[in-house]
Write a protein that binds this ligand. Structure first.
Ligand SMILES: CC(C)(COP(=O)(O)OP(=O)(O)OC[C@H]1O[C@@H](n2cnc3c(N)ncnc32)[C@H](O)[C@@H]1OP(=O)(O)O)[C@@H](O)C(=O)NCCC(=O)NCCS
Length: 181
C-alpha cells in the first residue's frame, strides 16, 4: 500500500496543509460562525468534538492511503476559508479524485481555483500521480467554472450519477494529466 505525505503547499494567498492537533482554535472559530461546509467530509459540527477529530479522523484518509484532507488557510487573514481533499487514490493507475468547498462568506474571490491549481500541480509532481480528476454537478456552475479555470479538461457527462437532497444530478467529469501541466 502507498500513502501521501503530509504536505504544506503554498499558493499566492493560501497554505494548503493538513488539519492537526494545534488547529482546534481555528476550527472552532469556523464552527462558531456556523459554517462546517468549509470543513472536510466527516468533520464534526459540534465544537466539543473538534479535538477528537483533529487527533484521529482528520488524518485517517492519509494514514489508510485513500486520500488526504487539507485546509485552505488564508495566510494574511489567519483563517480557514475552505477545504480541499484527495479521495479514492488508486496507486496502480496513479490517479486520485479532488474535491473542494469554500465557506459561503468567502466565495467568488478565487480561493477554490487557486487551491485546485496548486493541489493538482502537487499531486501530479511531488505526489507522484499521473491523473487528477473531479466531478461537478453540471448545474453547479461555480464548480464547473473552477475546474475550467484551473486548467482541467472536461471528459464528458456522467448521467444521473450524483444524488443530492433535491434528487439526481448529471455530473461533468474533468481531469488533468501530469504531461498537461
Ligand atoms: C464551488 C465552490 C468551491 C467555488 O468556490 P469559490 O472560491 O467561490 O470559486 P472561485 O472564486 O475560484 O470561482 C468561482 C467561479 O464561478 C463563478 N460563479 C459562481 N457562481 C456562479 C453562478 N451562479 N453562475 C455563474 N458563475 C458563477 C464565479 O464568477 C467564478 O468564475 P469567474 O472567475 O470566471 O467569474 C463554492 O461555490 C462552494 O464551496 N460550493 C459548495 C460546495 C461545492 O459545490 N463544492 C464543489 C463540489 S464538486
Amino acid at each position: 500500500m502507498s500513502s501521501f505525505p503530509s504536505p504544506v503547499i503554498r499558493s499566492a494567498r493560501l497554505d494548503l496543509r493538513e488539519y492537526d492537533a494545534g488547529d482546534a482554535g481555528l476550527v472552532r472559530g469556523l464552527l462558531e460562525h456556523g459554517i462546517p461546509e468549509a470543513l472536510p467530509p466527516g468533520a464534526p459540527s459540534d465544537p466539543d468534538e473538534v479535538s477528537g477529530w483533529l487527533d484521529g479522523g482528520a488524518q485517517r484518509a492519509r494514514k489508510e492511503g485513500t486520500g488526504l484532507h487539507l485546509m485552505m488557510l488564508d495566510r494574511a487573514a489567519g483563517k480557514i476559508v475552505g477545504s480541499i481533499g484527495l479521495f479514492h487514490a488508486d496507486w496502480e493507475v496513479r490517479s486520485v479524485e479532488i474535491g473542494y468547498g469554500v465557506d459561503a462568506g468567502e466565495r467568488g474571490q478565487g480561493y477554490a481555483t487557486e487551491a485546485l491549481g496548486a493541489v493538482a500541480r502537487w499531486v501530479l509532481t511531488e505526489g507522484g500521480l499521473q491523473r487528477a480528476w473531479l466531478t461537478a454537478n453540471t448545474d453547479n456552475v461555480a464548480s464547473v467554472r473552477v475546474a475550467e479555470k484551473a486548467g482541467f479538461h472536461r471528459e464528458g457527462t456522467l448521467r444521473r450519477a450524483g444524488l443530492e437532497d433535491d434528487g439526481l444530478h448529471d455530473q461533468a467529469l474533468f481531469s488533468l494529466l501530469d504531461d498537461e501541466l
